[in-house]
Design a protein around this ligand. Structure first.
Ligand code: NDP
Ligand code: OXD
Length: 310
């Protein structure tokens, strides 16, 4: 078995070790330097591969994404047809995302953003504490990541809802779905968490109109993709005071350019696309499970639906 690794070379050693621990007889070649005969490769392990490259490998059995989001693969409109694309679903990735969401949800619920500013100004003042059961938290996206985080936030007593394409039945989480569900969902979301895939229909979903539909003083946590947000609209909503604060992990351009207004905005926290990072030793279990299915002639799990775009 032959693996092709198409991602940042810095990530390659950990992945090589993790994959060869699962498949000791396989070879693991890093693109482009170690690639020999392109017809020899069975599985491509990828993160944002160069457009047009994957189709030059004629015998791939699957494209295994190193990320949960596959927008960086689907930008390639010339992908090899009939080769399944497998999204990453992994315990560590899911738990890491839920930790990030819990951290910032509690931060905004307890108004730590306000207290942090007051620390710098030497202000000693207590704000009214809101009953956790009255705090309305909303998840845009209730998939692998959103549903785990929503359940964990709900377990702390928050009033949690989520919005997805299809209706969900998750204990403690009110389900809104479809186009009609979006505005009522936004109207009640005091802390909004974005965990949608980036597709044609979700690009720019955080815009002047949807931000205006959030309650006054709402906070936004975007841990999905930067292009979900119309930056000028978010900055305007923060400046007007309608939105209290935002934590942003993902951006239109990454790394975030040094002159971007987010870096210095007093109501914005920037994190460097680290809401949840893939841990190769754990994620290799998922790769192994899917490769074993394919080698046994069965369909892999969590393949991308090209029509839906996720
Ligand atoms: P899933 O595919 O499991 O879940 C996607 C969710 O979004 C589903 O609930 C889906 O609805 C919903 N959705 C998709 N399109 C629409 C739409 N048009 N209208 C309403 N709901 C929609 O993805 P994951 O939870 O695994 O990951 C979510 C995203 O998180 C990834 O795509 C990636 O961009 C981002 N991510 C960011 C990381 C970071 O470190 N910042 C790390 C990992 C992922 P339905 O259930 O009905 O299909
Ligand atoms: C992912 C990511 O999609 O890291 O997994 O953003």
């Amino acid at each position: 078995m032959r693996f092709l690794f198409l991602s940042g070379a810095d990530k390659a050693p950990a992945w090589r070790e993790a994959m060869l621990a699962k498949f000791p007889d396989a070879s693991f070649d890093i693109w482009p330097d170690e690639v020999t005969d392109k017809a020899d490769y069975d599985y491509a392990i990828v993160w944002r591969p160069p457009v047009g490259e994957l189709k030059t490998f004629p015998n791939l059995k699957a494209i295994l994404s190193l990320g949960a989001g596959v927008d960086g693969i689907l930008v390639d409109t010339d992908l090899p047809t009939q080769v399944p694309i497998v999204r990453l679903v992994d315990r560590c990735l899911t738990e890491g995302m839920s930790e990030y969401v819990l951290y910032w949800t509690i931060h905004y619920h307890r108004k730590m953003d306000v207290y942090a500013n007051w620390t710098r100004e030497g202000i000693w003042k207590q704000l009214r504490q809101i009953d956790t059961r009255d705090r309305k938290v909303g998840f845009l996206g209730l998939g692998e990541l959103g549903s785990d985080a929503a359940k964990k936030v709900a377990a702390l007593g928050f009033d949690v809802a989520g919005w997805s394409r299809s209706e969900k039945h998750i204990d403690g989480v009110t389900s809104y779905y479809g186009d009609d569900g979006l505005t009522p969902f936004l109207n009640r979301s005091e802390i909004l968490i974005v965990l949608l895939p980036l597709t044609e229909s979700t690009t720019g979903i955080i815009n002047a109109e949807t931000l205006a539909a959030l309650p006054e003083d709402a906070c936004v946590i975007n841990c999905a993709r930067g292009a979900h947000v119309v930056d000028e609209d978010l900055l305007a909503a923060l400046d007007s005071g309608h939105i209290r604060s935002a934590t942003l992990d993902v951006f239109h351009t990454e790394p975030l350019p040094s002159d971007h207004p987010y870096w210095t905005h007093p109501k914005v926290v920037v994190s460097p696309h680290m809401a949840s990072l893939t841990v190769p030793s754990s994620a290799a279990d998922w790769m192994e499970q899917n490769i074993n299915l394919i080698e046994a002639g069965e369909a892999p799990l969590n393949t991308v639906d090209l029509k839906r775009g996720y």
